[in-house]
Structure formats: structure tokens, C-alpha cells
Design a protein around this ligand. Structure first.
Ligand code: GAL
Length: 674
């Protein structure tokens, strides 16, 4: 009996030794970190984002993963790890800024640990998480509540204790292979773009007929109201309407292959931007490096690439056309205002009027950027105290669009005129969540813009504070950002997309929710690179922004448009969803696992439906919930990206086979069969 007990105890002891001997440490930095996606820069091994030794609140760490929010790294543990430990925090290299992030660990779809919101200067927070039996582990850094500015985040000392394996795999299952769906436009003429156009009485009129097809092409129009004239070679309509009213103009485009006709409804009244503005903005590619030359080249590329033939119109200059408060760049140094208080344009732009004329002569429109505070977000001169003069300057130069960015306004919103504007930070959200404070500067500029003798689309940029979608329109606003800045990562696009539902019911013609600019093509905020979004993610991004009826502003370098990006920007049936005159924004009507179904009602009684897969596995199902889409009877189903009728479905008895790639989309239009 005794011997038996002894043998048993020895066996247990040996087994324990074997198990302990096989337990193994695998450091996070030994894994393939290139599968991580992050808001800025590249994943860093044992270094901070800027390539320095990792330091959190004065303490240096020799091992770990340096990243930038929104950051996501998926690791396939397959039950082979027991614990994960790390010390997390914001890196000291962003001292002086005040970023905020949260570190989050998910295992098999459940949250296992959260750091809570962390700020620059916080001591590293230790985390120890049991990951036993977990198959897929996600290490995330979210942007906190303040956008992803300066979010240099460190997973320091990060390591796994495994069940004995000596390595672990990271995972990013989304395909990298681009594929083109948009069919080439036919050689015969086709008139694309908006079907309705708003203008105020007395304002200069500029509308370019967007038409694809072989050139030369000649344009003509029937029922052209008095005061407007059409250039038959360029298709540009100019002039002025003095009387309020609705004018239906029959547009015609002709080439040696055929003729196309289409009605344009011109509504001369109080409202403009009756369909979401479409164009380009300098920020996502050039950021602080923008210049008049780059703007002209972007405008030229809008013509050369043929994008103008699909309705792309605005060429918008973002921050950095003014002088800067402390830049080392000589071109940005100089007085902020002249002796009369008028805003001074920096040496990269010199004179705005000829630039605006240049853009208008191409049949395009031009936009500008400022802040209601003393400083823009980038630290250039803002409009505070000079709102009237600035609105007058923009109109005199010939601008058609103003993006007005909150930035430093919160710091002066208490009306403290004694406050030294030089000490006001360029970016702060102070005051933005108090409704009256939030509205005040936008009301002021909105009134001055309305007094100008031209139509200026007014874009409010304050990241959605105080539910701007509820009141932006009442201050003459035409569109308003609903979230913080976008970056070219899946997490950023996903978070923004998922945050739109609450604002959706407020969208209508002339009043658009703006989930920020497109992050496709060569973007990079002065550090150019191909968008880090995978092809399917880009299809989803453009589809959703079309369903959201959001302003479509291309954020990439227009001289580097590749075939895939052009395919995303030239699908007239997708664009038509965005530009539909009814002006409804899609809402999510159903969630099936990780798939969200969005429906946008269209003017002709049909509807656009986006089957959007936010999951990392292909969605493959037989769809029957047609009542959720608000449709009945027999419906024709058209695939808008492929521009193909795919089937007819009886919504009472039939089913639709749906196969959506991971992070991808099917964008369909349902039209009742006659
Ligand atoms: C941000 C804004 C960006 C860009 C930038 C310029 O606040 O959201 O879109 O305009 O300022 O500094």
C-alpha cells in the first residue's frame, strides 16, 4: 500500500516537473508585428513609434511593441497560452501634448481586460490576463475620447506564458489583392452626377455637366432659364438666376457614337448643397505641406483623370494657407493680418483670387478652411474677432466652400478678451459640449457667409460635439463632421461607421452628416503611402459613405490615382446612391452576427442596401428578411459595383444568396418589378 502511494506521489511530482519544464515565455516582440494595423507610422519592435527607447512616465523599457491608436493586433493562441502580461502606457515622446488612449484586450470576442482611459504622464499600468483556452486574442489601443492625436502607445514588457510552444502566430485574414468591379464607361455619351442643384437668387451660377463618353462631345440644353448660358464645348453652365423657382433643364450630350439626355432640376431658393458636396481636400495627403501649386495640380488632375465627368467638383484647401504662429518654415512666417485686420495669405499661396479663377475656369469650385478660434488646429491664424472680414475676403476671392474647424475656440469661448491668444493651445475641445458655447461661433460665421453675394457651402468641423446634427442646419450649416479625424486604418473606418446611426435621421438635402474624408489612394498627411485599408475595406468605406449621403471628399494625392482607386471613384451607380435627390441617410436596420444591413431610401421608390461585413470571416447566408428592408412583392436586384442585374426575388417566398468577404460589402439596389 505504502509503495503504491509513493509511486503515485512520485508520478505526480514528475508530471508537474514536466509541465513546468514545458511552460515557456514568448515575448510579444518575437511575433510578426507587421500584421498589426494602426493609425499612424509602422508597428515598432522594442521601440516607441518614433523609433526611440520606450519610456512611460520616466521609466525605460527594453522590450515591447510601440504603436499608435487605433491599433489592433490579432494573435492566434489556439489554446496554447496561459497568461499575457504587459506594462502599458503612452510614450514620453509625446510630452507636451495631452493624448488619451485605452488599451483593450479581447479574447474570442469577449473583453478580457481594459486599462481604463490613460493620459500622457500616467505611470505604466500593469496587466495580467489569463488567456487559457483562448483561440483568438486581440490587443487593441483605442483613441479614447479625443480622437487619435499623438496617441503613441506602448505595450511594454509584453509576453505570454505558453503551454510549451515556443512561438505564436499573428493573424490578419483580410485579403490584400485588389480587384476592379466598376465597368468602364461606354463610348456613347452618358450624363452622370447630381440631378438636382440648388442656387440662391443673384449668386454666380456654376454647374458643369458631368458626362462620360468619347470626346469631342457637344453639349446643348432645352428650357435653359433666362440668365444662364451653356458653353457647348465644355458643358459648363454659368450666369445668374434672379428669380426664385424650380427650373427643369433638359441637358443633352452628343458625340460621334450617340446622344444622351437627362433632366437637371435647378432650385433657385434659400438652400444650396442639395446633394452632398463631392470633391477633393488637401489635408489627408499634404497636411501642412499644401501650396497653391499643389492645389492647381490637384485641379488639373481632376480634369485629366476624368473624375470631373462623374460629378467631382470641389477643390478644397485645408489648413496651412495662412501664416503660422511658430513655424520654422520661412514660407509660413509673417504677419497674420494686414493693417486693416484682413487675413494675410502665406507665401506659398500669395494671392487667392487668381487661384480661384484658375479652378473656376476648369469648371470646378474651390474651398477654404479656417477656425473660429485665434488658431487653427495646425497653429495658423484663425478667424477669432475677424469673422466678418474673413467671410468678405473669402467671397471676394471667389471661394465656394468653407470648412470651419473648432480648434482653439474653446479656450477663448468665455469671452476673456484679456487672454493672451499666444498662450491658447491650437487644439482643445473645451466648451464644445455646452450647447450655447458650441453653437455661438458657428452662428456668427454662418450669418456672415449668408450676407456674401455668392453661395458658400458651410462645413462645420467640431467632431460632433453637442450633437451638431441637431442644430447645424439652423445656423446655415450644410454639413458637419460627426466624429474625430479619420485615418487609413480599418479600426478608424469601422469606429466611425458604427457611430453614424444616431445622426442619420437628421440628414436631408442641404444638411449632411460628415463622417470625414475618404482614405483611399495615396494618403499620408505629408508622409505619402498607399492607404493601409485593404481592397475590400475600401469597397466597404466608399459604399458606406455613399449610403450615408455624406460629403465625398477625396483625400489622396490626385496625381497618383491608380486604377483601383479610380475604379472606386468612378462608379456612377454607386455615386448616384450618394447623390440621390431624396437626401436620406442609410440606417442600420439589422445585424446578423458581424454583418450589418444598411438601407437607404431613394427618390424613385427603390432602395439601396449595403450588406456590410464587419467580421473577419466571410459571411455566407441565405437572406429572407426582406420586410426588414421595407420592401415587398417581386423585386429586381441589381449589384451596383458590378452594374449588373443579378436576380429577381419574390420577397414573400424567395431567398437571396449572400456572400460577403471579410470587411467587405455587397451593395445592391432593390426596385419593385413592374
Ligand atoms: C483637424 C480636422 C482635420 C484637419 C486639421 C487641420 O481638426 O479635423 O480634418 O482640418 O484639423 O489642422
Amino acid at each position: 500500500m505504502k509503495t503504491k502511494k509513493l509511486i503515485f506521489s512520485m508520478t505526480i511530482l514528475m508530471l508537474t516537473c514536466v509541465i513546468e519544464a514545458s511552460a515557456q515565455t514568448v515575448w510579444l516582440d518575437e511575433l510578426n508585428l507587421s500584421n498589426a494595423t494602426q493609425g499612424n507610422g509602422v508597428p515598432m519592435k522594442n521601440k516607441s513609434l518614433d523609433g526611440k527607447p520606450m519610456r512611460i512616465a520616466g521609466k525605460t523599457f527594453s522590450r515591447g511593441f510601440g504603436t499608435h491608436a487605433e491599433s489592433m493586433l490579432t494573435i492566434l493562441l489556439n489554446g496554447k497560452a496561459k497568461t499575457f502580461t504587459a506594462n502599458v502606457g503612452l510614450d514620453d515622446e509625446v510630452n507636451g501634448h495631452n493624448p488619451e488612449v485605452e488599451f483593450v484586450i479581447n479574447g474570442d470576442g469577449k473583453t478580457l481586460w481594459k486599462s481604463g482611459l490613460m493620459h500622457q504622464g500616467d505611470t505604466a499600468r500593469p496587466c495580467k490576463v489569463s488567456v487559457e483556452n483562448i483561440k483568438k486574442l486581440e490587443l487593441m489601443v483605442t483613441e479614447g475620447t479625443d480622437g487619435n492625436y499623438y496617441d503613441h502607445a506602448d505595450w511594454a514588457d509584453a509576453k505570454f506564458e505558453t503551454t510549451g510552444v515556443t512561438s505564436l502566430e499573428t493573424y490578419n485574414p483580410i485579403s490584400n489583392v485588389p480587384y476592379i468591379l466598376t465597368p468602364a464607361a461606354p463610348a456613347t455619351p452618358r450624363i452622370n452626377g447630381a440631378r438636382v442643384f440648388g442656387v440662391r437668387p443673384g449668386s454666380p451660377f456654376l454647374f458643369t455637366i458631368a458626362a462620360t463618353g468619347d470626346r469631342p462631345m457637344t453639349f446643348s440644353a432645352k428650357n435653359m432659364p433666362k440668365g444662364l448660358k451653356l458653353d457647348s464645348h465644355t458643358g459648363i453652365i454659368t450666369g445668374k438666376l434672379n428669380k426664385k423657382g424650380t427650373y427643369v433643364i433638359r441637358l443633352c450630350a452628343k458625340n460621334n457614337k450617340g446622344t444622351a439626355e437627362k433632366d437637371l432640376r435647378v432650385i433657385c431658393g434659400d438652400h444650396i448643397a442639395l446633394t452632398p458636396p463631392m470633391g477633393w481636400n488637401s489635408w489627408n495627403c499634404f497636411a501642412g505641406e499644401v501650396s497653391a501649386d499643389k492645389v492647381k495640380r490637384a485641379a488639373d488632375a481632376m480634369i485629366k483623370s476624368g473624375l470631373i465627368n462623374h460629378g467631382w467638383t470641389y477643390i478644397n484647401i485645408d489648413d496651412f494657407w495662412q501664416n503660422h504662429r511658430d513655424s520654422k518654415d520661412k514660407n509660413l512666417q509673417g504677419e497674420f493680418r494686414d493693417k486693416d485686420g484682413k487675413i494675410v495669405v502665406n507665401a506659398r499661396f500669395v494671392d487667392m483670387k487668381p487661384l480661384a479663377d484658375y479652378v473656376h475656369n476648369l469648371g470646378l469650385k474651390i474651398g477654404l478652411y479656417s477656425s473660429p478660434g485665434p488658431w487653427t488646429c495646425g497653429g495658423c491664424a484663425g478667424s477669432f474677432g475677424h469673422e466678418k472680414q474673413d467671410a468678405e475676403s473669402y467671397a471676394k476671392w471667389g471661394f465656394d466652400y468653407l470648412k470651419y474647424d473648432w480648434c482653439s475656440y474653446g479656450e477663448v469661448s468665455d469671452g476673456d478678451s484679456q487672454k493672451d491668444p499666444n498662450k491658447v493651445p491650437s487644439f482643445s475641445m473645451k466648451g464644445g459640449n455646452e450647447l450655447e458655447t458650441a453653437m455661438k461661433p458657428y452662428r456668427l460665421m454662418g450669418e456672415y457667409l449668408r450676407q456674401q453675394p455668392r453661395d458658400i457651402v458651410y462645413s462645420l468641423c467640431q467632431y460632433g460635439m453637442s450633437d451638431v446634427w441637431k442644430w447645424g442646419g439652423s445656423l446655415n450649416g450644410n454639413c458637419w463632421r460627426t466624429t474625430h479625424d479619420i485615418t487609413d486604418t480599418w479600426k478608424s473606418v469601422e469606429n466611425i461607421a458604427l457611430a453614424q446611426d444616431k445622426a442619420a435621421p437628421y440628414a436631408k438635402p442641404g444638411n449632411w452628416n460628415d463622417p470625414d474624408m475618404l482614405v483611399i489612394g495615396t494618403v499620408g498627411w505629408g508622409n505619402p503611402h498607399q492607404s493601409k485599408l485593404k481592397p475590400d475595406e475600401q469597397y466597404l468605406h466608399v459604399s458606406l459613405w455613399s449610403l450615408f449621403a455624406s460629403p465625398l471628399l477625396i483625400g489622396c494625392d490626385m496625381e497618383k490615382l491608380d486604377a483601383f482607386t479610380l475604379n472606386l471613384l468612378t462608379n456612377d451607380e454607386v455615386i448616384a446612391i450618394n447623390q440621390d435627390p431624396l437626401g436620406k441617410e442609410a440606417a442600420c436596420v439589422q445585424t446578423i452576427g458581424k454583418m450589418r444591413v444598411y438601407v437607404k431610401q431613394l427618390e424613385d421608390g427603390s432602395c439601396a442596401v449595403g450588406f456590410c461585413n464587419f467580421g473577419i470571416d466571410e459571411a455566407n447566408l441565405s437572406y429572407k428578411d426582406f420586410s426588414k428592408l421595407g420592401i415587398s412583392g417581386v423585386q429586381n436586384v441589381r449589384d451596383l459595383w458590378r452594374q449588373k442585374n443579378i436576380t429577381k426575388v419574390n420577397t414573400a417566398t424567395g431567398a437571396l444568396s449572400i456572400k460577403v468577404p471579410a470587411h467587405g460589402v455587397l451593395l445592391y439596389k432593390f426596385t419593385k418589378a413592374k
